[in-house]
Design a protein around this ligand. Structure first.
Ligand code: ATR
Length: 289
């Protein structure tokens, strides 16, 4: 157990619920190994109390916080400043203390990118399918466009939502790169084409481990790599179906790791080595079991 002293700086996770988070394990492991006097705690914020919480966190000299469900967009009006990528995505998951308040960043998407790089999954030049059209899918679409995907197709139960995100992404990049489709329309995708697929819905998350957006095995013949943003269970039904059809499959645990690592780097102004990230990853996995 690390010593808490008068010099210890506090960080934490603003959200509701926060009881199942693995972020304290991640950040406290990093702080311990880097010998930094930093302590990370859950900060459950009740409905209606977000503004008071952000002001209070500043008044109490917190170094920074993460922000999770349901406050990633709601927190934006209470920030002193916002990073351009977070503004484009419309969601903030990291607050960094600056003069007079907090600056908001989105480290989820850079975290996903670093995770994909670490897993050897390429975006540049790829044709990509995104399952879902919620806030997470929108952020993924922005990332993919930014990192040079050549085609982005959002498949969603409600096609209008997929189309709206596609239109926004196309407006950002100034060309027609993204398209929206209804889930069942994957049958219209060109014969023989294989895609990187990012599963960006909450379907299949514990305790609904058996659920999956598309059940048809024929869909998975079109997938060379499946990236599920869910990390619990560690192997989702989506991942099982991708593997059964001969594709590679990854879960969202490394994205969770790297969004935290990048937040930690912002707070402390340090670089976390790959070796230390791996140690933190193993600590999170042990705690998640
Ligand atoms: P977030 O902001 O975390 O991405 P969200 O906005 O609730 O969450 O989005 C969840 C996504 O999962 C949506 O794309 C949703 O589809 P709809 O836009 O049609 O609602 C999708 N989703 C949720 N439950 C689903 C289900 N049972 N089958 C198919 N898609 C589902």
């Amino acid at each position: 157990m690390r010593e808490i002293s008068g010099h210890t700086r506090t960080c934490g996770l603003i959200g509701n619920p926060v009881e199942h988070t693995l972020s304290p394990v991640l950040h406290n492991t990093l702080a311990e190994h880097m010998e930094q006097e930093l302590c990370y705690v859950p900060l459950k914020v009740a409905e209606g109390a977000l503004e008071a919480a952000v002001k209070g966190a500043y008044a109490l000299n917190l170094l920074g916080t993460n922000v999770t469900v349901p406050y990633k967009s709601d927190v934006i009006p209470y920030l002193k400043d916002i990073d351009p990528l977070a503004e484009k995505i419309g969601a903030v998951n990291t607050l960094v203390r600056v003069d007079g308040g907090f600056k908001g960043y989105n480290t989820d998407m850079p975290g996903l990118y670093r995770a994909m790089c670490s897993d050897g999954v390429q975006i540049e030049g790829e044709k990509v399918l995104i399952l879902g059209a919620g806030g997470v899918a929108r952020a993924v679409a922005v990332l993919l466009a930014d990192k040079g995907a050549t085609e982005i197709i959002l498949l969603n139960r409600t096609v209008e939502k997929a189309q709206k995100i596609a239109d926004e992404v196309n407006a950002f990049v100034g060309k027609k790169l993204a398209f929206g489709m209804a889930n069942e329309d994957y049958r219209k995708l060109p014969e023989g084409e294989k895609y990187l697929v990012i599963q960006a819905t909450s379907v299949g998350m514990h305790p609904n481990d058996k659920d999956v957006v598309i059940t048809d095995e024929a869909f998975y013949e079109k997938v060379h790599t499946g990236y599920d943003l869910i990390f619990n269970p560690s192997e989702t039904r989506f991942m099982q179906l991708v593997k059964a059809a001969g594709g590679k499959a990854y879960n969202g645990a490394k994205m969770l790791l790297y969004q935290g690592v990048i937040a930690y780097e912002y707070w402390t102004g340090t670089n976390v080595s790959d070796e230390l990230a791996q140690i933190a990853y193993e600590a999170m996995q042990a705690a998640g079991k």
